[in-house]
Design a protein around this ligand. Structure first.
Ligand SMILES: NC(=O)c1ccc[n+]([C@@H]2O[C@H](COP(=O)([O-])OP(=O)(O)OC[C@H]3O[C@@H](n4cnc5c(N)ncnc54)[C@H](OP(=O)(O)O)[C@@H]3O)[C@@H](O)[C@H]2O)c1
Length: 295
C-alpha cells in the first residue's frame, strides 16, 4: 500500500501521519502546498506543489512512485474563513478535490475524501442521527463547498467519502480541534459559555484517523459516516472534558442558542449515525471520557 496524503500538517492529518508511524509497511508520500511544520515518519516523502489544482504538477513531483491510495484531507476547514472568502473556499475544497479525483482516475487508484457532518446543517437530526441515505442540506459557504466536493468525488467509481463529526484530541498540529479554546478557558478559569441545545456526535481524532485508514485499506466505496458513540450537547461536552482532565467545571455557564447568536450561524444538531462504519470495523469508537483519560 502506498498512500498519497494531503492535509498532513492539519489536525486530522497529523493524527493520520502519527498512525502511519505504526505501519512501516505502508509507504507514505505527503502532498503539500504550504511549508507549515509537519512531523513525518522516517522514510516518507514530502512533495511540494504550488498549486493543488494542477494534475500535471502533482504527477511531476510523484515521478515513477505512484500511489495505490489517495487520502484527501486538505481543506479550508474553518467555516468562518469560508464565509469570508467563498471563492477561496470553493477553490480549496472543491477544486483540490476535483484535481485529486482526476489524478486517482488517471492512476487507477482508490481515493478517500474527508467531508463533514455540516453538510446536514439545514435541518436538525432525528434522535438516531443522520444516516448515509439522508440528503445533505448545506447552507453555509463551508458546507456547500464540502457538499460539492462530495459530489465531485462520487463521480469516480473508486471513491469513498467520509463525513466526519466534531474532532477532538491532541496532535502535533497547530490546529487544535474542538478542545482548543475549551481547554484554554478551563485552564485560565474564565467563564465558558456553552450551548445546552446544540448537539454533535464527537469522535477522537485518532479514532477518526484509524477509521479512515481501515476504509482505505478495504477500498470502501460511497458515503460513510464517522462519528462517536455519544450524542452530546456542547455543555455535556465541556463538563466531560473538565471532569476527565481535572478542571473546575463551575466556570461552565450553560446558555441557549437563541441567547447568543453566532456568525456564521452554527447548526443545531448534525448528529450522525455511524452504524454502517462500526459494523464494518467490528468496533465502536471510544466515548469522550474514555478517549481523554486514555490519551
Ligand atoms: N476538525 C474537525 O472537527 C473536522 C470535522 C469534520 C470534517 N473535517 C474535515 O477533515 C479534514 C481535515 O480537517 P482538519 O481539522 O485537519 O483541518 P486543518 O487542521 O485546517 O488542516 C487542513 C490542512 O489542509 C492543507 N491545506 C491545503 N490547502 C489549504 C488551504 N487553502 N487552506 C488551508 N489549509 C490548506 C494544510 O495542510 P498542508 O500544510 O500539509 O498542505 C492544512 O494543514 C478537512 O477536509 C475538514 O473539512 C474536520
Amino acid at each position: 500500500m502506498h498512500v498519497l496524503l494531503t492535509g498532513a500538517s492539519g489536525f486530522l492529518g497529523s493524527a493520520f501521519v502519527g498512525l502511519l508511524g505504526c505501519f512501516p509497511e505502508i509507504e507514505l508520500s505527503v502532498l503539500r502546498s504550504s511549508h507549515a511544520e509537519c512531523v513525518l515518519p522516517l522514510g516518507s516523502r514530502e512533495l511540494f506543489v504550488q498549486n493543488l489544482e494542477a494534475v500535471s504538477g502533482i504527477e511531476k513531483v510523484l515521478g515513477a512512485r505512484v500511489p495505490t491510495h489517495i487520502i484527501h484531507l486538505a481543506a479550508l476547514s474553518s467555516p468562518a474563513a469560508c464565509e469570508q472568502q467563498p471563492k477561496l473556499a470553493h477553490a480549496a475544497n472543491v477544486g483540490f478535490t476535483r484535481t485529486l479525483v482526476q489524478l486517482a482516475s488517471k492512476l487507477g487508484c482508490h481515493i478517500t475524501v474527508a467531508s463533514t457532518d455540516l453538510v446536514f446543517e439545514g435541518s436538525p437530526a432525528r434522535a438516531a442521527g443522520f444516516s448515509e441515505s439522508d440528503t445533505p442540506s448545506p447552507r453555509s459557504a463551508y458546507s456547500r463547498s464540502k457538499a460539492d466536493a462530495e459530489s465531485a468525488a462520487l463521480l469516480y467509481a473508486r471513491s469513498c467519502v467520509v463525513r466526519l463529526c466534531l474532532l477532538y484530541g491532541h496532535t502535533h498540529s497547530k490546529s487544535r480541534g474542538a478542545l482548543g479554546w475549551i481547554e484554554d478557558k478551563l485552564h485560565s478559569k474564565e467563564e465558558l459559555v456553552l450551548f445546552e441545545d446544540e448537539y454533535r456526535t464527537p469522535i477522537h481524532v485518532a479514532d477518526a484517523a484509524h477509521a479512515l485508514l481501515q476504509l482505505a485499506r478495504r477500498q470502501a466505496l460511497g458515503v460513510w459516516h464517522c462519528g462517536g458513540p455519544e450524542r452530546l450537547s456542547r455543555v455535556q461536552f465541556g463538563l466531560t472534558v473538565a471532569e476527565a482532565l481535572g478542571y473546575d467545571p463551575s466556570v461552565i455557564r450553560p446558555a441557549r442558542r437563541a441567547d447568543v447568536p453566532s456568525t456564521p450561524e452554527r447548526p443545531e444538531d448534525v448528529s450522525l449515525s455511524s452504524d454502517k462504519l462500526w459494523t464494518l470495523l467490528g468496533a465502536v469508537p471510544r466515548t469522550l471520557r474514555t478517549a481523554l483519560v486514555e490519551e
